[in-house]
Each structure stands twice: as structure tokens, then as C-alpha cells.
Design a protein around this ligand. Structure first.
Ligand code: UDX
Length: 437
């Protein structure tokens, strides 16, 4: 099928390349000419495993191209909207400027029978508000939320665990529109991936509810970590024990410095803001607690370093392992890792940050920090080390003996509870986990 994808950021670039990889003819459209130039020349503008390969293959096959000219959306049967919905500068609600601009730009190029498929994460009610203009152009609006995880974005797009399509069932052309979406995702549908057809509001809510649930799960275990810290309990063993209950499950019970990234933090805030607009402030009031618990863990990690160094970090060399908000990503949006690094510098430490992928992005945002690409160089002469992004380079491939041969002081703070405390202690390190004795 001929598809257009409007917005070539994380979501859109991956979606465009992934759709080309399953045989569609795709044009990716973005207002940012640098991004378009980079994608057109076959260079992925961010680090995402597998993206480079499908981008190169898509361009070579002629199935994939990128442009800044929205009129090139003309002729596509399905137009995906994958622009960003960042947090508003002066509040917690989502900023819908880019969604509105994408729809405005697209309208003159729509043909009767076209499908506009919103993928961006939006406040519930957005699709219903956009729908009349799209219907007036003879096209149909569906909402088809995206659940991709950074680091697994290509797999999550080509082989998702579910497909959700919201539509106004009474809209003219609703049935053919659903069939078009089913055709877009034919390989996944053919292998039995759940394909859930629902109304527009439910589709919008599925996305924010999923992210709210995941954020709540992480903050729940981090709240338990706070209790463990005053009782001598071990939150990692607690998580293992409750995680055996299949109703609970062990995933997303990783206590540590908490969640960050371009989605969970802003999505729970936007959800709370939208609930308030709807007169249901109390219904998701707990999300404010979820956010507060999450932010407290960053503070706690910095405090652990201070305690471990005897009450002050002033003039102490602290090596921060990680800058990305999670491994397999160079994304530093709302990264708890960088937040901890900035806090430590604010407390007077001499901070050195290393990360396998995210240094360039981190440097742009926080030029005041010292960055060292090589892990071992970064560790040399450190008085304390804190691991804040659980890259394999730090979690699996760094032994306490090797690290011990580089540092000045064997003090390690495990901001992700990802190290073997017994092994590090046995090698003479003073080990401090989050919510662990
Ligand atoms: C998330 C959702 O998982 C995805 O479905 C949605 O489409 C976009 O938002 P992503 O932001 O890529 O994806 O990252 P995710 O893997 O969910 O991790 C989010 C944050 O939570 C990271 O900072 C991670 O380090 C942290 N996390 C995750 C924990 O602190 N503990 C855990 O147990 C799991």
C-alpha cells in the first residue's frame, strides 16, 4: 500500500522504515529539514537497534523516501500521524501544536476514502475534536496508538503484542477504513496478533492507561524501596518474591533511580491534567504520587553517594556510569541518570559521565559536565562510582576486580540494583544499592 507518515521523530522514523520493510511504499514527512536530509541519506538520526538496517534497505529498494513537502502525502491511502506531543512549557498538559499542524497541513491533500491514522499519544477527546475536519475532506480518522519501547522499537513496530484501532463506528467509510488498517499490518494480523477495534476515546485511553500502569508499577516498587531503607529489608528480594505471583509478575518491578524518557513522565502528567479538565482530578490523583516517588529516588541516589563518601562530595571525583534514560538508547529526555549527575555536580562533586551512546546528546543539554567516552578512562582515579544506566558494559562486562584496579576508592552506588552485591563486596568494595541493606 501507499502510506505517508507525518512526523519523523522516534515514532515516525521507525514506523516509516518498518512499514517499508514489510513491503509498503512509504513517504516520511517532517518539517525539520536536517532530520529529513539525514534520513534521506540513510543515516538514522538517533541510535535504535535495527533501524539503520531497515532504513538502508528501504531507501535502496525505492520503497522509502523522506521529504519536507507535505503535498507528497497525496496519493497515499493511509496517512499516519506520528508527531510529538511534548509537555507544555508552562504546565503538565500535552502540547498539541504539532498534531494540529500536521492535520492542517494534510487536509488539502486528502482524497475521499483516505484514512488518517493518529499514532501520537494524545489526551482523550483529541481525535473526536479532529474528526469533523477530516470527515469534511471525505477521509476517515482512526486512532492507532503505538506501544513501542525505545531500544526495541523496530521489533515492537513490526511484531507488536497487540494492535488497537479506534474509530467512530457511525462514520461514513468506517468498515473499509478498518480493513485498510488491517491490510497495513497484514503480517502481524496473519500471525494472530490481537487486533482490537474500539471507539476513538478508548483507543486514546489504552495508550495513556498502559503507560500510567507501567509508571505506577515502577513507583510502587520504589515506594517499597523507601520502606526497605528504614527497615533493613531488601527490595530486590521483595520484588522477586511478589513477582512469582503471576497476577503481579516480576517485570517493571526494578527498583532504582526510577523512570524517565520521552514517554512515561510526560504521559502521566498529561493524563492527570486531562483528568482534571474532565472533572475527574481525584480518579488519577495517585499519578501525582507516582511522579513524586519517582523524582524522590533521584534525590536518594545522590544522597547515597554523599553518605558513602562520609557526608560530603565536595571536591570528590565521582564517575557516573550512564547518561541515557535506559540502555540500548541514546535518548536523554528526562533521563534520571543525567539528573543524578547534575545533582552531584550541584553538591560540589567533580563529576565524570560516560555512556556508550548518549554522550553527544548529554553534552548538548548539560555542557557543564565532564564527559569521557571510554569507560575505563572514566573510572580512573574515581573516589566513588555510581551506575545509573544498566548498559551491559557496566552490568555484565565490568568486573569488580578490574574496576578496582582503576579507581582511587572502592565505593560503588548501584542506582539500578543491577550488580551482584556479594561479588562487589567480596572484591573489597563498599556497595550501596537502592532499597537494599
Ligand atoms: C515506554 C513504554 O514501555 C512503551 O510501551 C511506550 O510506548 C513508551 O513508553 P520507553 O520509554 O521506551 O517505553 O521505556 P521503558 O522500557 O518503558 O522504560 C521507561 C523507564 O522506566 C526507563 O527509564 C527505565 O529505566 C525505567 N524502568 C523500567 C525502571 O526504573 N524499572 C523497571 O523495572 C523498568
Amino acid at each position: 500500500m501507499k502510506l505517508s507518515v507525518i512526523g519523523c521523530g522516534y515514532l515516525g522514523a521507525v514506523h516509516a522504515a518498518a512499514m517499508a520493510s514489510i513491503g509498503h511504499e512509504v513517504v516520511g514527512i517532517d518539517v525539520d529539514d536536517r532530520k529529513v536530509a539525514s534520513l534521506s541519506s540513510g543515516v538514522a538520526p538517533f541510535f535504535e537497534p535495527g533501524l539503520q538496517e531497515i532504513l538502508t534497505a528501504g531507501l535502496a529498494s525505492g520503497n522509502l523516501r523522506f521529504t519536507t513537502d507535505i503535498s507528497e502525502a497525496r496519493g497515499a491511502e493511509v496517512h499516519f500521524i506520528g508527531v510529538g506531543t511534548p509537555q507544555q512549557k508552562d504546565g503538565h498538559a500535552a502540547d498539541l501544536t504539532f498534531v494540529n499542524a500536521a492535520v492542517d497541513g494534510l487536509l488539502p491533500h486528502l482524497a475521499a476514502g483516505d484514512v488518517v491514522a493518529g499514532k501520537s499519544t494524545v489526551p482523550v477527546g483529541t481525535a473526536a475534536a479532529l474528526s469533523p475536519r477530516i470527515e469534511a475532506a471525505g477521509a476517515v480518522l482512526v486512532w492507532n496508538p503505538e506501544f513501542l519501547r525505545e531500544g526495541f522499537a523496530v521489533t515492537d513496530t513490526v511484531d507488536p503484542d497487540r494492535l488497537v484501532v479506534g474509530i467512530d463506528a457511525n462514520a461514513t467509510g468506517a468498515e473499509p477504513a478498518i480493513e485498510k488498517i488491517r491490510s497495513v499490518y497484514r503480517p502481524a494480523v496473519a500471525k494472530g496478533t490481537p487486533f482490537i477495534v474500539t471507539d476513538l476515546a478508548t483507543a486514546e485511553l489504552v495508550k495513556v492507561a498502559a503507560n500510567a500502569f507501567l509508571a505506577t508499577k515502577i513507583s510502587f516498587i520504589n515506594a517499597m524501596a523507601e520502606i526497605a531503607e528504614v527497615t533493613g529489608a531488601d527490595v530486590t528480594q521483595l520484588a522477586d518474591a511478589i513477582g512469582h505471583d503471576v497476577r503481579i509478575g516480576r517485570r517493571f518491578l526494578g527498583a532504582g533511580i526510577g523512570f524517565g524518557g520521552g514517554c512515561l513522565p510526560k504521559d502521566i502528567r498529561a493524563f492527570a491534567a486531562r483528568a482534571e479538565e474532565l472533572g475527574r482530578r481525584d480518579s488519577v490523583g495517585f499519578l501525582r504520587e507516582v511522579d513524586a516517588i519517582n523524582l524522590r529516588r533521584r534525590e536518594r541516589a545522590a544522597a547515597l553517594v554523599v553518605d558513602a563518601l562520609g557526608g560530603s562530595v565536595v571536591g570528590k571525583r565521582v564517575t557516573v556510569l550512564g547518561a541515557a534514560f535506559k540502555p540500548y538508547s541514546d535518548d536523554i529526555r528526562d533521563s534520571p541518570a543525567l539528573d543524578v549527575a547534575v545533582r552531584l555536580r550541584g553538591l560540589g562533586a567533580d563529576v565524570t559521565v560516560t555512556d556508550p551512546q548518549a554522550i553527544e546528546n548529554a553534552r548538548r543539554q548539560h555542557p557543564q559536565l565532564t564527559y569521557v567516552q571510554d569507560r575505563d578512562d572514566a573510572l580512573r582515579n574515581a573516589d566513588a562510582v555510581i551506575i545509573v544506566t544498566e548498559w551491559d558494559e557496566y552490568r555484565r562486562h565490568l568486573t569488580p576486580e578490574h574496576a578496582g584496579s582503576l579507581v582511587a576508592g572502592r565505593v560503588i552506588i548501584d542506582g539500578r540494583n543491577c550488580l551482584d552485591a556479594v561479588a562487589w563486596r567480596a572484591a573489597g568494595w563498599s556497595y550501596h544499592g537502592m532499597g537494599r541493606p
